[in-house]
Design a protein around this ligand. Structure first.
Ligand code: KIV
Length: 277
């Protein structure tokens, strides 16, 4: 049965870990649903792993809506969260207009946005308008230029305290989950204990209330770079390339298609009469 917002709070209460996985299209969403993930994230990481950009910054609202629709069709029974792209939630007005599009046109159940305390009024406006929100702090890929690259955040006392302040402000503003990306596990533990919303970690250790991974990373499809926090559970790239190589080889040598298995034979009536003979 599809889980809804109160179920995620109940899972935190019961100390039942929440599983989240990204998906970007119909087949990946079907796999995620069949495997039983609690929540799907249509992450703007699609810019990297599906569209081949160097960052998530070029991803547009149209991209997110297009991919969310496909995910919704593939996983009708799973809670779907969609990332709001860079600069689509800079003002309350933009956030409400774009958040509404993600829910109404895309069919997502909730939106996710990157940023701390400063974004609390935006979160509050979305939640008050009926749009559930997941926060995202720590390493925020939309602003890596300001962060100085893909770096672990919250390593010193001052920045760790800032993360805690951000988490508490977003919690008060009404988020129902908080993604913690690339922060020390002790910092993630404290945040998880201090806020009421479940924390969903990626590179934030095992004390978070749940975990998220990127589909293409954990299945070994995307290998342009591999952060330390990724565990590869299957090597689909090697299997895929091996399959394609075999196909190329068999076509070249004439063993595929096999005329008894993969081909349609004409009826006896038709045979020999095609050119009027
Ligand atoms: O876009 C994404 O996939 C994400 C995850 C890394 C949490 O934000």
């Amino acid at each position: 049965m599809k889980k809804l917002v109160p179920d995620f709070f109940a899972m935190k209460e019961k100390k039942e870990k929440i599983t989240m996985l990204t998906a970007y299209d119909y087949p990946s969403a079907r796999w995620a649903e069949e495997a039983g993930v609690d929540m799907i994230l249509v992450g703007d990481s699609l810019g990297n792993v599906v569209l081949g950009y160097d960052s998530t910054v070029p991803v547009t609202m149209e991209d997110m809506i297009h991919h969310t629709k496909a995910v919704r069709r593939g996983a009708p029974e799973t809670f779907v969260v969609t990332d709001m792209p860079f600069m689509t939630y800079a003002t309350v007005e933009d956030a409400l207009r774009n958040g509404a599009r993600i829910i109404q046109e895309g069919g997502a159940d909730a939106v996710k946005l990157e940023g701390g305390e400063h974004f609390a009024p935006i979160v509050e406006a979305l939640v008050n308008s009926g749009i559930p929100v997941v926060g995202h702090i720590g390493l925020t890929p939309q602003t890596t230029t300001q962060l100085g690259g893909f770096k672990v955040q919250g390593k010193d006392l001052e920045s760790a305290r800032r993360l805690l302040r951000d988490a508490e402000a977003l919690d008060r503003a009404g988020i129902f989950a908080l993604t913690l990306e690339a922060i020390p596990l002790e910092v993630a533990k404290t945040i998880s204990e201090k806020i009421s919303a479940p924390t969903i970690g990626i590179g934030a250790g095992s004390y978070c209330d749940g975990q998220v991974l990127v589909f293409h990373d954990m299945l070994g499809i995307f290998d342009r770079f591999k952060p330390k926090f990724v565990k590869v559970y299957a090597d689909l790239k090697s299997h895929g390339i091996e399959g394609i190589r075999n196909y190329v080889k068999e076509v070249k040598e004439g063993t595929f298609p096999d005329n008894t298995q993969h081909t349609y034979a004409a009826s006896e009536d038709l045979q020999g009469k095609l050119y009027g003979d």
